[in-house]
Design a protein around this ligand. Structure first.
Ligand code: FES
Length: 343
């Protein structure tokens, strides 16, 4: 491990999350929530646990982990929902240069120092680079210098909504759908757009007012979702139980979190059991799509994996009591119950 890697490895997940909070004021709004979501999608504590597990395959099975959970398989793409993703090649190069020449860190955050170097080189505002640079440093921490170095670093040109300026993207996320000329009189049959992929013009589906996000997703059969992700049997959002019992349907909220229903006690409790670190806000950035109901247009990002690891990884679950969901989810419930027992 080189000196820079050793330095980064001194910090635990809480240190990284605290650093984000300190960096938020100098981060452009377009990537503030996206950066916080990314760090919850790739939790360091879970990574370290799996890395040091005697039998990693058994641990993965015990946590009912499905999908693409390892950063080393997606070094150049895990962050494609960040505006700063377009600067990835330059950020990656600057991180590698810093890793080569690193002696000691001063009082400033590494993400800030490196973002400033890239901003000066590209002549773009530093605020657009802080989030992606912090993400880059965590990626290096989890994948190791050699893997980090050997990924091509190439990214596609921004498409869809992400083609627009940071200010336009922020504005677009905040906008609601027009309900027609007399929309202000409308009390029933309101419909809202859920954007699930900002890089695609057609990356959206419709939702009835006050409907759960996952229900609208299941109605959109415009594509063969299963062919794209083995977890997607019913729509673009993976679901199993539809009753907050399995953790399959977690999503990050890039825009419109305030237009979703408050987190109910069950959703909050279950998120802790799953290990999804959603904080205590009434309308947090991580939600279960089978529980969160929308009363306006929202923009979400779907993580490429899911699992149940809260008790073992964070020790934050006092009592595990899984309530019955659907018959088809019975097997999954049994596995989860086993996964969350003290062992
Ligand atoms: S589908 Fe199981 S928690 Fe939402």
């Amino acid at each position: 491990m080189n000196r820079f890697e050793s330095f980064l490895n001194k910090f635990d997940e809480n240190d990284w999350l605290k650093a984000i909070n300190e960096l938020l004021p100098i981060m452009h709004e377009v990537d503030r929530d996206a950066t916080q979501i990314w760090f919850r999608f790739y939790p360091l504590t879970l990574f370290k646990y799996l890395q040091s597990a005697e039998d990693k395959a058994a641990a993965i099975q015990k946590f009912v982990m499905q999908g693409n959970y390892e950063l080393k398989n997606q070094i150049d793409s895990s962050h494609k929902f960040l505006y700063g993703h377009r600067f990835w090649m330059e950020v990656k190069t600057a991180i590698l240069e810093r890793a080569e020449s690193f002696e000691n860190s001063g009082s400033e955050f590494e993400a800030k120092i490196i973002a400033k170097l890239v901003a000066d080189k590209l002549k773009v505002n530093e605020s657009l680079l802080v989030g992606i640079t912090h993400v880059g440093l965590m990626t290096l921490t989890q994948v190791g210098l050699e893997n980090f170095k050997s990924s091509p670093g190439k990214t596609e040109k921004p498409t869809g909504l992400l083609k627009k300026s940071p200010e336009q993207i922020v504005k677009e996320r905040a906008k609601d759908d027009s309900q027609g000329l007399l929309g202000f009189l409308k009390t029933i049959n309101k419909q809202w757009t859920v954007r699930y992929d900002e890089s695609k013009d057609n990356g959206k589906f419709k939702l009835m007012d006050d409907e759960e996000i996952a229900s609208g997703a299941a109605r959109d059969q415009s594509q063969n979702w299963l062919a794209q992700d083995a977890r997607c049997g019913e729509g673009v959002i993976p679901v199993e139980c539809r009753s907050a019992a399995c953790g399959t349907c977690w999503v990050g909220i890039l825009g419109g979190a305030e237009k979703l229903s408050d987190v109910a006690t069950r959703e909050r409790k279950q998120m802790k059991i799953f290990g999804y670190n959603q904080g205590d806000a009434p309308k947090p950035l991580l939600r279960l799509a089978c529980q969160a109901r929308a009363n306006g247009k929202v923009s979400i990002v779907i993580p490429p994996w899911n699992g149940v690891f809260g008790k073992k990884i964070y020790g934050n679950v006092e009592e595990i009591k899984l309530e019955p969901a659907t018959t088809s989810a019975a097997k999954l419930r049994e596995t989860i119950a086993a996964a969350t027992e003290n062992n």
